[in-house]
Design a protein around this ligand. Sequence first.
Ligand SMILES: Cc1cc2nc3c(=O)[nH]c(=O)nc-3n(C[C@H](O)[C@H](O)[C@H](O)COP(=O)(O)O)c2cc1C
Length: 179
Amino acid sequence: MEFLELVKKRKSTRKYSLKPINNDTLDKCMEAARLAPSACNSQPWKFIVVKGAEKDRLVRESFNGVYAINSFVKKANILIVVVREKSKYTALLGGKFRNVDYSLIDIGIACDHLTLQAEELGVGSCWIGWFNEKSVKKILNLSKSTKVDVLISLGYPEEEYIKSKKRKTLNETREYFGD
Ligand SMILES: Cc1cc2nc3c(=O)[nH]c(=O)nc-3n(C[C@H](O)[C@H](O)[C@H](O)COP(=O)(O)O)c2cc1C
């Protein structure tokens, strides 16, 4: 698939079929994430593939109360917990100086690689930023120095459809400066 076509085709999928995703397919998505660029090549990430009964527990305990709005994740075959680790010292120092948290940018790129690879393999995905992080970290026994900013739900879509993108126009977002 041409890259731009893939980008246009990817959408947030919130309705999933029961078809399971096999490990080869999941590994390709993880591989795409692994190869993402990062500041000072810090690679401040780990991707935990949560499935089966553990996934059900995570959904039960991390998507209740105010987070129940995202309970569509119940039907996702897989939840990827994106763990943000400490960046390399050089990236941390440069980031402090510039007042930029490069690790968040790094995570964003890796997750985009992951979701685009999933799309290319016919797997639907949705970024999830609204969930109980404390509960996720407790269930997975993650150390205090880590952050979980986002999860990604994965599953084959219940139905195939084209969703038109609601985006600012090219003219609103692009500007040329110089000759
Ligand atoms: C960082 C981030 C957090 C998001 N959190 C959620 C979320 O908690 N629940 C949800 O349903 N969608 C979430 N989304 C999906 C966005 O709503 C979606 O990407 C946006 O509306 C554009 O739609 P599209 O992905 O179908 O192109 C999130 C997306 C990003 C990038």
